[in-house]
Design a protein around this ligand. Sequence first.
Ligand code: AMP
Ligand code: MG
Length: 413
Amino acid sequence: MPDDARLRTVDEHLAVVLSSIGSIEPIELTLLDAQGLLLGEDVRADFPLPSFDNSAMDGYAVRAVDTRDASADQPVELRVVGDVAAGAKTRSGMGPGLAMRIMTGAPVPAGADAVIPLEDTDRGLARVAINRPVRSGECIRRSGEDIAAGAPALGAGAALGPQQIALLAALGRDRVLVRPRPRVIVLSTGSELIEVGRTPSFGEVIDSNGYMLAAAAKDAGADARRIGIVADDHAQLLDVLESQLLRADVLVTTGGVSMGAYDVVKEALSELGTVEFNRVAMQPGKPQGFGHLGDKVPIFCLPGNPVSSLVSFEAFVRPAIRKLLGKRQLQRATVQATALEGARSPHGVRQYRRGVLHREAGGGYGVAFAGGPGSHLLASLALSNCLVVIPEEETEVVAGQSVTVMPLLLSNR
Ligand code: AMP
Ligand code: MG
């Protein structure tokens, strides 16, 4: 591409990416594996909740009419004809003028229409004195009052957190259809790269991007795997990518996409005609490759500099993973913060600066820049907790100005 060609904006590139991201067929998972995912089916209640009338309190099951004249001064006394505990397998019954001791959650006996809590009685065992009239239905949790048999419980697309998982379990669903975690494969390219755990010789660099991007993909909700390193070698790269196609919903490579003589990712994949290499109006992260391999597996070819690859991941890969998960909110939320120092930013380019965001004592946020503009600076990247996004048209940030900040919150998935 000639150098004076108009750069693609970040938004244009993201639109190209997202328009080609489809969805993954729902799969069945056990409840705890489904946590954090979106439901892939409409779930109805096969039976009502509660499934039987039961007591809301520890107390005595009674007939409300029998307590009509009760007061603290003149309690009504009823004969206690038995106990009902939670877990009672058969429904007990009792006649008029009688009471049964009943525990929370225990089935209400036939013949009773109310429960008087222990604290409104003398707690008697053979006979019980009741200090006040009870309303019919009092302290009884009716079958179906939570959800009726056949009623819709959760719709497809519902996010499964602890509350939703509780309802599914209560309704007897130990497995549900969900939108699965996309399988993301991360491949680092570069002949200088070695595996962590080895001591680098002169000229060697430990692959940190592979770990960073696999962690970022996991954080975004993917089932992420790092498959290691390939040298700057055309044939080897294509072989390794080919071997991963059946295992991946998304492929991510780093390195080898700039203008250098050994930028093999760009050379090798451009030839296939299904992956395009563009220059995007952002800093860092200008060179970006995106396209498809095999049977429409999206592939992101990110630049190799660590900061560039993380920023690229945030700008393009994370939203794609979120779309595959079925999420509605694809972009990270941003906040406005007061810049504690000034900065320059090139015109026409969206700049992402690493920042340290903190909450000000008086409310609101302040943000300091972390590290210089160098895209190789890992130590300052590790100190940062956000990206400061300086829009295309802005060329300067002055101290005290409000800026847009994207906190890089951990998902705790
Ligand atoms: P490239 O995009 O291949 O030209 O790489 C740009 C810079 O990033 C070079 O200094 C590389 O050594 C470095 N780099 C590339 N890949 C990685 C990686 N996986 N981990 C750490 N640094 C890398
Ligand atoms: Mg390289």
